[in-house]
Design a protein around this ligand. Structure first.
Ligand code: FAD
Length: 363
């Protein structure tokens, strides 16, 4: 039987991770993207890349939680595997600290109750309340600043730029074909039309995020949800893990990165505006950071970025086949959290279903 050829439209987190897993399974892969591989304007290159199955349960459901739990098993394996070939990818699993300033205590209390209510039996011990001493022990930099907090055990984070670069290196090393900077016009069963040219393959997968909006049925529309983040460098504060700050109007987080860097995010706006970050969002993100620790006042602003999260109405990431085309989309605010589980499932489906198609063609 000849090697299975899979075409993937979209080289964001979903498309790139899928390409890597298929190449290592022995498939031939062609990857198509309208942008260059290091273009920072996509959701995948903008994300804070926190891996927060517990914290995100407050705004999601048990399906996302289950995908997140499964992915938390796969991430360490996948990262150590890629690091052997493509260099270091920052990945930590030291939990998340959740805090609120004194006037916002009710937001923290509500968040705690919500988690306790939604968490499945057996996972509740992963959520622990902390007093002031517990907060100080967890994050010494925040000693004396918060009277209580919540610790979410087992949550993690990674550096999305390093993950995306490592995938690109691995796809090249394994001989993946990558057409960069060329927009895909259509994805059809066994065909991708890109820059006016038709490419044939055994199976076509659409992983274009919001770029494939027109191919989603009216009954289950795909939309973009704008998110903005601020990246700073600050030598005056050290955090071990992401810190979430509860607020009555918005929830913000500060995710530490190597090199004294911090990603502060994220706004969530029902808008498909891809323009620069607004002054209002800059003030909100900056004020939240400064209120966490005044030493952040001297932080250097490295980047202000906005991108669209691809979202379905139920906010669940999905893998589905329609008219002979596979779709992986709707990753919304849980792309990094859920991608290993989604991609792993899709690889099994593709290898299973396409093996049958190929056998039929050969006989
Ligand atoms: C501000 C922000 C913070 C986030 N924080 C987190 C977080 O902490 N944890 C977490 O789990 N998730 C987070 N996310 C969500 C996560 O980033 C997304 O769910 C994920 O990156 C989506 O990946 P994707 O590959 O589906 O889409 P995208 O990243 O949008 O990639 C789609 C790709 O398709 C390409 N494309 C589009 N149209 C075409 C076309 N016509 N032809 C060819 N190529 C095309 C694009 O160029 C792009 O490369 C965050 C997102 C944002 C915006």
């Amino acid at each position: 039987m000849s090697t299975l050829h899979i075409g993937i439209a979209g080289a964001g987190l979903a498309g790139r991770t899928l390409a890597w897993r298929l190449l290592r399974a022995g498939c031939r892969v062609s990857l198509f993207d309208a942008r260059r591989r290091d273009d920072l304007a996509t959701a995948s290159m903008t994300a804070a890349a926190m891996l927060s199955p517990l914290a995100e349960l407050a705004v999601s459901d048990e399906a996302v939680f289950a995908m997140g739990q499964r992915s938390m098993q796969l991430w360490p394996e996948w990262i150590s595997e890629i690091e052997e070939q493509a260099g270091e990818v920052f990945f930590r699993r030291k939990g998340t600290l959740v805090v609120a300033h004194a006037p916002d205590q009710s937001s923290l209390e509500h968040f705690t109750r919500l988690l306790q209510h939604k968490l499945p039996e057996g996972c509740r011990e992963q959520v622990r309340t902390l007093d002031a001493a517990g907060v100080a022990q967890c994050e010494p930099a925040l000693a004396g600043r918060f009277g209580n907090g919540l610790f979410l055990d087992g949550e993690g984070q990674l550096a999305n730029d390093q993950w995306m670069a490592a995938l690109a290196a691995e796809i090249d090393r394994r001989g993946g074909q990558w057409l960069e900077g060329q927009a895909v016009n259509r994805v059809e069963a066994g065909r991708i039309v890109c820059a006016g040219q038709t490419y044939a393959m055994d199976v076509a997968v659409d992983a274009r995020g919001v770029g494939s909006k027109a191919q989603w049925p009216a009954g289950n529309p795909l939309r973009g949800v704008r998110g903005e983040v601020l990246t700073v460098e600050c030598a005056g504060v050290t955090l071990q893990r992401p810190v979430r700050l509860m607020h009555p109007r918005y929830q913000l987080y500060v995710a530490p990165r190597p090199g004294n860097r911090f990603v502060v995010g994220a706004t969530e706006l029902e808008s498909e505006d891809t323009g620069p970050v607004t002054l209002r969002s800059t003030l909100e993100l900056g004020s939240a950071l400064h209120s966490l620790h005044p030493a952040f006042g001297e932080a250097r602003v490295l980047r202000l970025a906005a991108a669209l999260r691809p979202a379905l109405d139920d906010h669940r990431p999905t893998v589905e086949q329609r008219d002979g085309v596979w779709h992986i989309n709707g990753l919304y605010r849980h792309g990094y959290l859920c991608t290993p589980a989604l991609v792993d499932g899709l690889v099994h489906q593709l290898l299973g279903s396409t093996a049958t198609v190929k056998e039929e063609r050969v006989t």
